[in-house]
Design a protein around this ligand. Structure first.
Ligand SMILES: *[C@@H]1O[C@H](CO)[C@@H](O)[C@H](O)[C@H]1NC(C)=O
Ligand SMILES: *[C@@H]1O[C@H](CO)[C@@H](O)[C@H](O)[C@H]1NC(C)=O
Length: 408
């Protein structure tokens, strides 16, 4: 146990030392391992972040075909009541990597997509994938089992997102709008290649759309890819990536005290035009959430190989898993032309690079409605203080135009 903590700490320290070149990994032994986590075991996303702002919010649980219990929150406008009034069209919000459903509620009520959609009368559903703090474990596995962490975005797409869409569709008896950010768009695009999932979806809005990752420019990420850090972590037997373990939190805190957190964010996401630096402490109360090492490994495979394909187990493993030497690709061409898509992407996004976005567009049969913002980085699409007027108003117009053409 002690050893595992030290190994994890060392890895985390290495991770940040690579970026900043100044953290002394030897000082880890001085850190207090007993520090309490801020989050109360009992609290829920509804009670912690959404209800305090006056929004009706209820907690739901969806069980995936492979046994994970996912938390979903249903949010409606401050004047509405889900129980009395029939709600507007359902929208499912799918967060990105190292995040969870809280990501859509971290700015003010006037700036955050989750609150804005609820205010505009949408029936807002908040997704949380397996492994995040708002998901509720597994029917038989414990988070301490290494099998619990044996998944990548492939399972998040084909099990988690598929199940959440199915859940919302069956409760509301309506087709669902899907909004994804970053990894949430990888999941959406992969899931939408399946016709049974498409049948439940009315349209999708993708923020920082990713399917190909061959042109990532983020220096910090590329350093880690070059170092094969993903494979190192797996070889060390670490299956869960958790920067909020006691030790992870302390390292993050000390880095953010000594350095500008924004510099670190920039080298991961690209320069964000409209990031509110005075809210960093608040953001860090919620982010980052855990993910699996295998997921990071799969994402790094995509960066190395430039493919949008299933997890690569190596030649022998692929034969066993898929019956082919190479992992099967997700074919963007099988997303039906009739499915309405909207995409927002930015000129300063170092993860969803414009070249990769264009590659995605070329393979799609449909012509998505596009919103390009030159000054936006990867996080702006979620946390920009101007996101409403720059991005969300346009997305909401898109949703409304679909509802109008469907009901006439
Ligand atoms: C936690 O939840 C349980 C069960 O709902 C309840 O009995 C208990 O009082 C709660 N504890 C706190 C500290 O809220
Ligand atoms: C940035 O965050 C601070 C602290 O929450 C808040 O007071 C301020 O209004 C925010 N700035 C903008 C432009 O929204």
């Amino acid at each position: 146990m002690e050893r595992r903590v030290v190994v994890e700490a060392f890895f985390l320290c290495l991770f940040f030392a690579l970026l900043l070149g100044s953290v002394r990994c030897s000082s880890i032994t001085e850190l207090n391992l007993n520090r309490r986590s801020k989050s109360d075991e009992n609290s829920s996303l509804c009670s912690q972040l959404i209800q305090p702002s006056g929004y009706p919010c209820s907690e739901h649980t969806a069980e995936t075909k492979d046994g994970y219990m996912l938390g979903l929150q249903r949010v409606s406008s401050r004047t509405g009541d889900i129980k009395i009034k029939p709600a507007g069209p359902p929208v499912l919000l799918q967060h990105g990597l190292f995040m969870a459903g809280d990501a859509w509620f971290l700015n003010s009520m006037e700036q955050s997509l989750g609150f804005i959609l609820a205010d505009q009368g949408f029936d807002v559903w908040v997704g949380n994938v397996r492994g995040t703090r708002w998901s509720h474990g597994h029917i038989s596995l414990s988070e301490k089992d290494k099998e619990f962490w044996d998944w990548s975005w492939q399972e998040l797409a084909l099990f988690d997102l598929a199940e959440m869409i199915n859940y919302v569709h069956s409760i509301t008896n309506s087709k669902v709008f899907v909004v994804g950010h970053s990894q949430g768009t990888i999941m959406s695009l992969a899931a939408l290649t399946r016709s049974d999932i498409v049948d439940m979806v009315e349209g999708a809005a993708l923020l920082c759309p990713i399917s190909y990752l061959g042109h990532v420019t983020a220096p910090f990420v590329l350093d880690l890819v070059t170092l094969h850090l993903d494979q190192m972590i797996l070889a060390m037997g670490i299956r869960k990536l958790n920067f909020r373990s006691d030790i992870g939190t302390q390292i993050m805190d000390s880095i953010c005290d000594e350095h500008n957190c924004n510099d670190m964010l920039t080298s991961i996401t690209g320069k964000n035009c409209c990031f509110n630096n005075s809210r960093v402490d608040f953001y860090l109360e919620y982010e980052p959430h855990p993910t699996s090492s295998k997921n990071l490994n799969h994402l790094f495979q995509m960066i190395r190989k430039g493919t949008f394909a299933m997890y690569d187990y190596g030649l022998w493993g692929n034969m066993k898993q898929y019956g082919h030497l190479k992992p099967p690709a997700f074919n963007l061409g099988s997303i039906p032309k009739s499915l309405p898509l909207w995409m927002g992407y930015g000129g300063n996004d170092a993860l969803a690079d414009v070249t990769d976005v264009e590659h995605t567009l070329k393979e799609l049969k449909s012509k998505p409605e596009l919103l390009y913002i030159d000054s936006y980085g990867h996080i702006d699409f979620l946390l920009s203080v101007r996101a409403k007027q720059d991005v969300y108003d346009s997305m909401i117009r898109f949703f409304r135009s679909l509802r109008k053409s469907n009901s006439s």
